[in-house]
Design a protein around this ligand. Structure first.
Ligand SMILES: [Zn+2]
Length: 83
């Protein structure tokens, strides 16, 4: 894996506008649910999938949204402006 660029930072996006999503994947056939804001939808998908296929092993994941932004470089002649 390459080293990330030092001048970039990741910021969480507003949860009210970008709520985390939950999904579940079947470990037998790799089918997976749609990412949904409500974790109980992933639970329901897993139990429905188990009922339909008899597949019984799953893994759950949560997706958080972030935004990358470039950090401003502070030049030596601007250093006095920083509070
Ligand atoms: Zn399956």
């Amino acid at each position: 894996m390459s080293k990330p660029a030092a001048e970039w930072m990741l910021h969480p996006m507003a949860p009210s506008l970008n709520p985390p999503r939950h999904l579940v994947e079947c470990r037998v056939c790799r089918d997976f649910s749609a990412p949904e804001p409500d974790a109980s939808d992933a639970d329901l998908w897993a139990t429905s999938h188990a009922e339909a296929t008899d597949h019984q092993d799953f893994r759950f994941a949560a997706i958080d949204y972030v935004r990358a932004s470039r950090m401003r470089r502070i030049l030596p002649d601007q250093a006095d402006d920083v509070g």
